[in-house]
Write a protein that binds this ligand. Structure first.
Ligand SMILES: [Ca+2]
Length: 107
């Protein structure tokens, strides 16, 4: 759903590939709340789960909260981020949260 919204803006839910990008996204948000990134994994599967970005870019950076991802409710297929100074990630089920889109710059 959130990904469809970003697609309507010619983008994707954000992927994050470095600490610098993490801090950039945090700076854009500027407030503390949970929001969706474009991180997801296939339903089902076994640990260790393989995570992907909805924009198809490489899964080359993570910032999980120490006990995450835990698939606590058994349906936690998406990556939620909390925008305080640490910007940690949680796997989480399909719930309503704000989302951050990312789109390529046209040169
Ligand atoms: Ca979790």
């Amino acid at each position: 759903m959130a990904e469809e919204h970003c697609a309507s803006l010619a983008g994707h839910l954000t992927s994050i590939h470095s600490k610098e990008e993490l801090e950039f996204v945090g700076g854009v948000i500027g407030e503390k709340f949970f929001f969706w990134t474009g991180g997801y994994r296939e339903e089902g599967g076994v640990e260790p789960w393989s995570w992907k970005w909805s924009d198809g870019s490489a899964w080359d950076f993570t910032n999980w909260y120490p006990t995450e991802p835990d698939n606590y409710f058994g349906d936690e297929y998406f990556v939620l981020m909390y925008s305080d100074f640490e910007m940690v990630w949680y796997d989480h089920g399909d719930d309503k949260f704000p989302s951050i889109c990312k789109k390529p710059v046209m040169m």
